[in-house]
Design a protein around this ligand. Structure first.
Ligand code: ATP
Ligand code: MG
Ligand code: MG
Length: 424
């Protein structure tokens, strides 16, 4: 991928935007870009620099992402809506072409890492609630105020925020800025490559363990799982608007990552903001149980899609016939009675029972949590509650003390405690 039209090769100490930003280390990568922790010499802060591949379709996608991120930042000048903030953008020309670059506030580990860090075990519901509040705040803002559908909500696209600012607290963060390429190394390549090889080996080992899951950090950091998550500041923000769209200007029919995909997307019966709400509910369950809710697999004579629909019905009950047969692709999966064509016997296991029997929730926790979630898992997208309605739900407001927690002052760049511990 490091060729014409592909990624831009970065070395530690490389300057960007006429020297304003200096690359520090790789934070992650995706299909479209590599993301680098960079030092902003103007503001004396750390930022995340997302450097897009240069080929026309990637550059085009970046412009779209920048358009959405600009609207998000403009509508939220105080940066309090739990969505990643775009600080700057520019183009960088390198041997592989011209790369659109986005300068984003620097965030911490993803929720996927949090789940791993918690060793795929159940997570305290008060922590789940805190994370849910952030996600819902973000979704309410995106949906109601901006008209944006994220379309790819999943744990790896939600990053933790910390109140520790590494630029102001280098000791606790374990970071001090590199302002130029390391010495004794004219092109800077050797040191970085050795590190990269080590990191790649480390990443391979980590990935082999959890082969079915994609770790967006690529195993760059693999902290030893700790006994408890106490003291970890659980605020988070939504990132990765590469697939997001304006609700009135949709361009893709197939959206969302498999496990978080809503039934109307599989059936192709049209989607809206409520598709994000489905993904949100899947994430909430996953946080609470430590395991993905739906992990469909294709089998003999049936597809992954049909298995997915079957899993949904086992949890939520039969899909109403009208909905089942109402999509462009309905005929691939359902007969005219609204029964699955190839998967006949369904084993019903409702959410509250699953939480009690498989994950050992107390009856009351399971009952309250599934009362909150079940409306979100409605097969009829228009019946799902909005993010705003979810924020008002009793489950979201349980255990609220009469006086509110003080609003965290430092909303700038930060590093999550997980990263800090890992860096030590
Ligand atoms: P995808 O294939 O998921 O669409 P992408 O090329 O659009 O990937 P992102 O998902 O935006 O890239 O970023 C890739 C990874 O970089 C993220 O999963 C995350 O680990 C890291 N990352 C992205 N933005 C930030 C940020 N603001 N702060 C810290 N790390 C970040
Ligand atoms: Mg991503
Ligand atoms: Mg993306």
């Amino acid at each position: 991928s490091y060729r014409k039209g592909g990624y831009h090769a970065v070395r530690i100490g490389d300057p960007f935007a006429a020297g304003r930003y200096v690359a520090q280390r790789k934070l992650g990568w995706g299909q479209f870009s590599t993301v680098w922790l960079s030092y902003d010499t103007r503001s004396a802060n750390y930022v995340a620099l997302k450097i897009q591949k240069s080929a026309a379709q990637f550059a085009q996608a970046a412009l779209h992402e920048i358009e959405l991120l600009s609207a998000i930042a403009n509508g939220d000048p105080s940066n309090s809506k739990c969505v990643v903030h775009l600080i700057d953008h520019f183009k960088h020309t390198g041997p592989n072409g011209q790369h659109p670059c986005m300068v984003l506030e620097f965030l911490g580990d993803s929720l996927l890492r949090l789940i791993k860090y918690n060793r795929y075990r159940v997570l305290d519901l008060s922590k789940v609630r805190k994370i849910c509040r952030c996600i819902l705040t973000a979704l309410d803002y995106l949906h109601r105020e901006l008209g944006i559908i994220h379309t790819d909500l999943k744990p790896e696209n939600i990053l933790l925020v910390s109140t520790i600012n590494p630029a102001k607290d280098p000791v606790r963060s374990g970071l001090s800025p590199v302002l130029e390429r390391p010495e004794g190394n004219p092109n800077g390549a050797v040191t970085v490559n050795i590190n990269e090889i080590k990191l790649k080996r480390k990443a391979k080992r980590a990935l082999a363990k959890i082969a079915s899951r994609r770790d967006s950090m690529g195993g760059v950091l693999s902290p030893k799982p700790e006994k408890s998550l106490d003291g970890i500041n659980l605020r988070c923000k939504i990132v990765d608007f590469g697939n997001a769209c304006w609700a009135d200007k949709q361009f893709a029919e197939e959206i969302q990552t498999r496990q978080y995909r809503a039934p109307e997307v599989i059936l192709q019966s049209g989607y809206s903001y409520s598709a994000d709400m489905w993904s949100f509910a899947c994430i909430a369950v996953e946080l609470a149980t430590g395991e993905m809710l739906f992990t469909p697999k294709g089998g003999q004579g049936f597809s992954e899609d049909e298995d997915h629909l079957a899993l949904m019905m086992e949890l939520l009950g039969k899909m109403p016939r009208k909905i089942a047969i109402g999509g462009t692709r309905s005929k691939d999966y359902f007969d005219r009675h609204g029964d699955l064509k190839r998967i006949r016997r369904l084993k019903f296991w409702p959410l509250d029972r699953l939480l009690v029997e498989k994950y050992k929730f107390s009856e009351s926790d399971a009952c309250e949590f599934s009362e909150f979630l079940c409306p979100l898992f409605d097969f009829a997208p228009e019946k799902r509650p909005t993010a705003q309605q979810c924020l008002q739900h009793p489950w979201m407001n349980q255990g609220n003390s009469p006086h509110k927690e003080p609003v965290e002052e430092n909303l700038d760049v930060g590093m999550s405690n997980l990263q800090i511990k890992a860096a030590k």
